[in-house]
Ligand binder design. Structure first.
Ligand SMILES: [Zn+2]
Ligand SMILES: [Zn+2]
Length: 176
């Protein structure tokens, strides 16, 4: 009896020290979903922008994923071996008519559908801003929060979708 007690105590002691010295740590939720978004980004078929997005419900279940890529059966930059935007140094956030890809955020939203996006959180890996096209999609989908991380070394940024809504309301169609 005492022997089993010792084994159990030793097990918890090891777990405790492992945690203390950082050998094993339970991943925090935001880190976890951003890590999944990073994996999604690795399916991007544009040579310039590798971005992944994950939509997570309030129940912490994944509703959909997406990456930056061409519509189904449309030839990609990856297949062509060249990216028009890259070769012409088109600054990011501008001239979207020169891009054949569907952004990761939009791919995830169309896969999830509006019902599953309601009050959900979106995790984006690969850039630290949301483009003007995706902002509208995110607002209309009913997503509540967005977390972004540009790369492994950058901090996690949090955006309230209500602030995006506000920004869109103020940015356009206001009297000068
Ligand atoms: Zn491209
Ligand atoms: Zn976008």
């Amino acid at each position: 009896m005492f022997k089993y007690f010792t084994i159990i105590v030793t097990y918890y002691e090891i777990m405790y020290y492992k945690k203390r010295i950082g050998v094993y740590m339970v991943k925090e939720w935001n880190e976890y979903f951003l890590e999944i978004a990073k994996t999604c980004a690795s399916r991007s078929n544009c040579l310039r922008a590798q971005v992944g997005a994950v939509i997570v419900g309030e129940d912490r279940k994944i509703k959909a994923t997406g990456y930056n890529g061409t519509p189904s059966k449309v030839v990609s930059c990856y297949e062509l071996g060249q990216c028009f935007r890259m070769e012409n140094n088109i600054p990011s956030g501008t001239r979207y008519e020169t891009c054949r890809s569907i952004h990761a955020e939009q791919n995830a939203i169309i896969q999830a559908g509006q019902d599953r996006c309601k009050d959900a959180t979106m995790y984006i890996f690969g850039h630290n801003f949301i483009c003007i096209l995706c902002k509208r999609f995110i607002v209309q989908a009913g997503i509540k929060d967005v977390y972004l991380r540009k790369d492994d070394n950058s901090p996690i940024e949090h955006i309230y979708v209500n602030n995006i809504r506000q920004e869109l309301s103020e940015k356009f169609y206001t009297k000068k």
